[in-house]
Design a protein around this ligand. Structure first.
Ligand SMILES: [Zn+2]
Length: 834
């Protein structure tokens, strides 16, 4: 019988690891000794475990009687495995396996890797740090690198003199040695290998904040401690809020939040030693936009939620990664909502959910949970369907069941499975046990099939008639049989509420009261709504009676119907014209998103620019340039959003002049700064471009740096765009390259030039950018909508497949075709109207 190439045999399993890691930051090499307490279940002669890019020098097993056997070692680099073959069969029972190894501290932002920065004296300094999820612990030490093989870990690090060493738990012993100190950290709880972390480098920490007995610190490069207060504030809030929500104490003895100059993801939930990219942790609250603070609050809350959901209770295998991430996304929003209710974070999440629903309306979408076989498959799971659609589906369930029932189910689940591993259905069973509703059946229909429904609404004498079918941008008769169990909330605009589980094709709901019915009341259902035309007209007459999220859905669903060819573009534009009294930024964001697509569809968009200007200018003028001292947060966000639209696609020269004046004076309020920088780039010349680079190099906060950096692809000149693209390979950190390339591909006129550049620099780009960012790098192709570009891009990507981003590439090329069809279908109508 052939061995499963991706699942280790379970004849020998680990219980406890003692890791001793000695990094040399000058040569970027490290030595490791891995001593593993194992259980030998069968008298085998072989132990198979994961290792890759490591030189394994010796492997010795000592059994319970004290006798030793040394193994011969073979490595299979493709399968990322080491096979240890012993001279004689191993005695069953407990054994101690000791493996010595050496490896390289790599530049690939995975495994044990190096991050660098220039210190205050202009000297380059090196930090050695880890990123193990999903399957990269095996690049640092030989191990059973599968989430189900939980064990305890005791890490020791050789920390050179003058540097700091961090790991998952508190340091318990320090032994000075030549050139440094061996620092030994306490034994962790039982957990998966992907959650182990160690960091050695010239970092500093803040004084610990005591959060009900848990010391909480921020670690960062020297000089940035001044940017840590906000992270500590949300961190302390999250620790308390989540321990209370889950009714389980924080599962480790300390918590360090570590900001790293080079980081492939946003952050990583290593138990007790969470690592972040700097923009997600370090911020100056006095000079940051609300949205920048929100990003820090979101990510810190998300990672701390993982300490319980993910770290304490873990998926059995990588197919369960969606639940890990969807739930952390759900808890992040719940936690941040409790932290700053005035941010209305659940409302602004609608724009993130909308992004997921765009992908989910494609033929090439996938079920939220799908089969994961190889490490490449696991990497493909970190996408909008896992995080945003998954989080939105959980929110839909919570609003249908009620928050208390939902929370009781979560508590039951975590309590039942602490220190263990689970399948998705274990969660549904626990919630079902807590509330008595058919949660498993409902959720199976949302988790195990791709896509989402559109609910058609009409009225009959008996009430409101609901019919479901799959929503697709490219309708397909083969979808006819696909049904969801839709937990639908309804109401009359006058206030009467109804609730129904729509599990068949259609149902009729009696709903008393006056006024039009709102289906998807509150706006939390992950489905689209298609009202019969008379009902739709009636609703539009009651726009002021709808919640922000309900208005958001009207616009979002209408725009989706335009892309699907079900509604003419005039239907969307007429709806946008009704937004004169609208003050919710998320509703405006979805409107501007559609207007941006119309702008790009027109060879000469000047007529549309004028129309947008006339539409937005009165709304913007009602807000003014200067924030009122007591205005709601949403007004500040809306001001930035509208200023940016006016200064870019609306080509409002007054706004463009004022933006430059505010920038020159240095008086733009934080919430306007991003818009101001974007407007300058939109109209910028070479001198502005050079100014941006000096701002990037002189930035004193991570937000300042990316505010200018990420707008480099907005400059109109194709020559400047090529300079920006060259910098993505040399001149900016690899972690930011994908964002720059994606924006360049989406450039308003020179996207094809960017595509040409990418195809010429394909190999270099893949070599330099972190592996996990390949899908993201291609996101801009959805804006390359000419028939020639559709053909060119598709054929190139067919001959240059990306193993770990196959699904994303299929989705992006399909979106490109959907957008191209929109242009082909509506460019004429748009040109006639404008
Ligand atoms: Zn996460």
């Amino acid at each position: 019988m052939a061995l499963d190439p991706y699942r280790l045999p379970t004849t020998v399993t680990p219980a406890h690891y003692e890791l001793a890691i000695a990094p040399d930051l000058k040569t970027c090499r490290f030595e490791g000794t891995t001593a593993i307490t194992v259980t030998v279940h069968q008298p085998v002669r072989e132990i198979v475990l994961n290792a890759v890019e490591l030189d394994l020098h010796s492997a010795v097993l000592t059994d319970a009687s004290g006798s030793h056997q040394e193994a011969t070692i073979t490595l299979d680099e493709d399968l990322e495995r080491a096979t240890l073959t012993f001279p004689a069969a191993l005695a069953t029972g407990e054994g101690h396996l000791t493996i010595t190894s050496t490896g390289t501290i790599n530049d690939r932002l995975r495994g044990f890797y190096r991050s660098t920065f220039i210190d205050g004296d202009g000297v380059e300094r090196v930090i050695a740090t880890t990123q193990f999820e999903s399957t990269d612990a095996r690049r640092a030490f030989p191990c059973w690198d599968e989430p189900e093989h939980k064990a305890t870990f005791r890490v020791s690090l050789l920390v050179p003199t003058g540097l700091l060493g961090l790991s998952n738990t508190s340091a318990v012993e320090e032994r000075p040695t030549e050139g440094g100190t061996w620092v030994e950290f306490d034994t962790t709880m039982k957990m998966s290998t992907y959650l182990v972390a160690f960091v050695v480098g010239p970092l500093v920490t803040t004084d610990p904040v005591d959060v009900d007995g848990v010391p909480l610190r921020v670690a960062c490069v020297p000089g940035r401690e001044r940017l840590s207060a906000f992270a500590l504030e949300i961190g302390a809030h999250a620790l308390r809020f989540l321990a209370d929500y889950f009714a389980i104490p924080y599962p480790s003895d300390k918590l360090d939040l570590v900001a790293l100059p080079d980081f492939a993801f946003g952050a990583m939930e290593n138990l007790g030693c969470v690592t972040f990219r700097e923009t997600a942790l370090l911020v100056d609250p006095d000079h940051a936009a609300r949205i920048e603070l929100e990003r820090v609050a979101d990510v810190v809350a998300h990672e701390i939620a993982h300490m319980w959901f993910g770290d304490l209770v873990t998926m059995k295998w990588w197919n369960g990664i969606w639940l890990n991430e969807a739930f952390a996304t759900f808890m992040e929003l719940t936690t941040v909502h409790a932290f700053r209710p005035e941010w209305e974070r659940w409302v602004s999440f609608s724009t993130e959910r909308a992004v997921a629903m765009v992908t989910d309306g494609l033929a090439s979408t996938r079920p939220i949970e799908y089969e994961v076989v190889s490490p490449d498959d696991a990497e493909g799971m970190f996408d909008v369907l896992t995080y945003q659609k998954g989080g939105a589906v959980l929110r839909m369930l919570e609003t249908y069941l009620g928050a208390a029932h939902f929370r009781d189910g979560i508590r039951l689940y975590l309590d039942r499975h602490r220190y263990g591993n689970t399948e998705t259905t274990d969660l549904w069973d626990a919630i079902e046990d807590a509330c008595g509703e058919p949660v498993r059946a409902i959720m199976d229909s949302w988790i195990f099939q791709g896509g989402h429904p559109v609910v058609s609404v009409s009225s009959s004498e008996r009430g409101v008639v609901l019919k479901q079918q799959r929503f697709r941008y490219t309708p397909d008769p083969a979808d006819a049989d696909q049904l969801w169990q839709i937990p639908a909330l309804l109401r009359r605009v006058s206030g009467q509420h109804g609730r129904v589980l729509l599990s068949g094709t259609s149902t009729t709901v009696g709903l008393s009261g006056e006024g039009p019915a709102v289906v998807n009341a509150g706006g939390w259902g992950v489905y689209r709504t298609r009202y019969a035309s008379a009902l739709f007209a009636d609703l539009l007459a009651h726009l002021d009676d709808l919640d922000a999220l309900e208005r958001f859905n009207l616009l979002s669903d209408t725009w989706a119907e335009v892309l699907a060819g079900q509604v003419g573009v005039d239907g969307f534009l007429d709806l946008v014209m009704l937004l004169g009294r609208e003050r919710d930024p998320s509703v405006w964001e979805v409107a501007l998103d559609g207007l941006g697509a119309c702008y790009r569809a027109l060879p000469d968009p000047s007529g549309l620019s004028e129309w947008v200007r006339e539409l937005i200018r009165p709304v913007f003028d009602s807000l003014g340039w200067v924030p009122a001292p007591d205005e709601p947060d949403s007004v500040a966000r809306l001001r930035g959003l509208l200023a940016q639209a006016l200064g870019t696609i609306a080509e409002d020269d007054k706004v463009q002049v004022q933006a430059r004046a505010l920038h020159a004076e240095g008086t733009a309020p934080p919430d306007l700064l991003a818009a101001v920088v974007t407007i300058i780039a939109w109209t910028g010349d070479t001198e502005d471009y050079d100014m941006f680079w000096s701002k990037i190099r002189g930035a004193t906060t991570p937000q300042d740096e990316v505010r200018y950096l990420f707008r480099l692809p907005t400059f109109p000149s194709a020559d400047l765009l090529l300079r920006t693209l060259d910098a993505s390979l040399d001149g900016i950190r690899a972690q930011n390259g994908a964002f720059i390339i994606a924006s360049s591909l989406g450039h308003r006129s020179a996207g094809p030039t960017a595509w040409g550049w990418l195809t010429q620099h394909w190999d270099d780009t893949l070599l330099r950018l972190p592996d996990n960012s390949r899908g993201r790098m291609l996101e801009g192709i959805v804006r390359l909508t000419s028939p020639e570009m559709v053909e060119t891009v598709t054929s190139f990507l067919e001959t240059h497949p990306l193993a770990n981003a196959r699904k994303q590439v299929a989705q992006l090329t399909e979106r490109q075709r959907v957008n191209a069809a929109f242009v082909a279908r509506h460019a004429g109508a748009l040109a006639a109207r404008f």
